[in-house]
Write a protein that binds this ligand. Structure first.
Ligand SMILES: [Zn+2]
Length: 425
């Protein structure tokens, strides 16, 4: 196994406020051996050839905490009967997204919902060396109610016994994390995003069973009612945290945010626009408020649903536009995100014994996040990844040729509210 020495103008280690100027990183195989100042390199490493990147920054690889690798309904090959290819196409699509993630500088990703347990198979293919790409943390199919959010994934349950069975069955299929949809969602017609789908008792049963098997619980929650119940039930991670109130309007509840913060629950902040609309709002409308209440926010952009994999850096810039400091964004995207997906002590920090998962970017991202757009080197578990060219992504725009998403139940409800308001006036 060869030992490699990389150096640059600075190293952002992923630990809060730690930057090493004129830094060097040494790794052997998949593991980091040494991190520090070039001037202090131990003799045995100082004697080795060094790959130097003047003016650049070495930082941990990105961690995406909320990705979907598979296809969305309606996607498939252009053949007379695409239904014969649903599973195969889903797997191939997942591999394409895996490459996009790595090409964007993502070295670990949590899949929060995948049909056919494709994410588990992709994780194994990466582990066993069939595919190059980020380490995958897999949820398998999202657990939901019959006809509930994302039921097409195949994870429908309707009783406490169903819930226990689903968690055990997911465990048997090899998942790392259990994902539950505790409210309706925007991509499932007929579900109410502002209403909880499960009782506290049902969510708690799932949490207990998952924790017994050593698995974390991540929930999809738009409505405040669902967020409240999830906090009460002791979940580990909340996706979206949109704070949609019972009348369909967005109403941030500071006391609930405080409870999330106190419980140490991680929250990704990818969410639909607020209602009433706020002009110029980012793709993370609650980020600022949650951050100010001390909630542990992480960068899960709901890749595959809200933005494509190659929109990850755009998502980080949106957090800055939302008012989150750059140093905090980099923590949320690396070390904290790694901890949120169960990889604390494994990746997300540049320190001996951690995985050699790192990027070299041009310039200093603590001064300007544009630095992240030019990645000079991507290393995943000690192996250099050669990125594919990616399309440019600059916002939440409809992709040409793609059908518009059907109007959500919430949008219908909001239109009714608007009409009622006009009548009152
Ligand atoms: Zn999602």
């Amino acid at each position: 196994m060869s030992t490699t020495v990389v150096s640059a103008a600075r190293i952002i280690t992923g630990k809060p406020n730690e930057v090493i100027d004129d830094g060097a990183l040494v790794y052997r195989g998949a593991t980091i051996l040494w991190v520090g100042r070039v001037a202090e390199l131990p003799q045995e490493y100082a004697a080795l050839p060094r790959r130097d990147f003047p003016g650049a920054t070495i930082q941990p690889g990105f961690v995406e905490t909320h990705a979907h690798l598979g296809t969305r309904p309606g996607e498939g090959p252009h053949v007379p009967d695409p239904t014969r290819h649903v599973q195969g196409w889903n797997a191939l699509h997942s591999v394409a997204v895996l490459r996009q993630l790595a090409s964007t500088g993502i070295t670990s990703a949590q899949s929060l919902g995948s049909r056919f347990n494709t994410d588990v198979a992709v994780r194994e293919a990466v582990e066993q060396g069939y595919l190059d790409g980020p380490r995958i943390v897999a949820a398998g199919p999202m657990i939901t109610t019959t006809g509930g959010h994302d039921w097409v994934d195949g994870g429908e349950v309707d009783s406490l016994d169903d819930i226990r069975h689903a968690v055990r069955d997911h465990h048997k299929a090899g998942v790392d994390v259990i994902k539950m949809a505790v409210t309706g969602g925007f991509f499932t017609p007929g579900t109410a995003q502002w209403k909880a789908q499960f009782t506290v008792d049902e969510i708690r049963t799932l949490v207990e069973e998952a924790h017994r098997l050593g698995k974390r619980v991540a929930v999809h929650a738009h409505g405040t009612q669902g967020i409240e119940r999830a906090v009460e039930a002791g979940v580990d991670y909340i996706a979206h945290a949109t704070f949609i109130s019972d009348d369909g309007t967005t109403q941030f509840v500071p006391q609930l945010a405080d409870r999330i913060a106190e419980a140490g629950i991680y929250v990704d902040v990818a969410a639909p626009p607020s209602f009433p609309r706020v002009p110029g709002e980012t793709i993370a409308p609650r980020a600022r408020e949650l951050y100010e209440r001390g909630v542990r926010i992480v960068t899960g952009h709901d890749i595959g649903a809200v933005i494509p994999a190659y929109g990850y850096i755009f998502g980080l810039k949106e957090l800055e536009r939302a008012g989150i400091p750059r140093a905090e964004i980099l923590i949320a995207a690396t070390s904290r995100a790694a901890a949120a997906i169960g990889l604390a002590g494994v990746t997300g920090v540049l320190e001996p014994q951690y995985a050699a998962d790192f990027l070299v970017v041009q310039g200093n991202p603590l001064k300007n996040l544009d630095a992240l757009d030019t990645r000079l080197l991507t290393v995943i578990r000690g192996k250099e990844f050669h990125p594919d060219p990616l399309p440019k992504y600059c916002g939440r725009v409809e992709e040409p040729g793609k059908p518009h998403r059907p109007e959500s139940e919430l949008a219908k409800r909001q239109r009714t509210l608007e009409r009622q308001h006009l009548q009152q006036w």
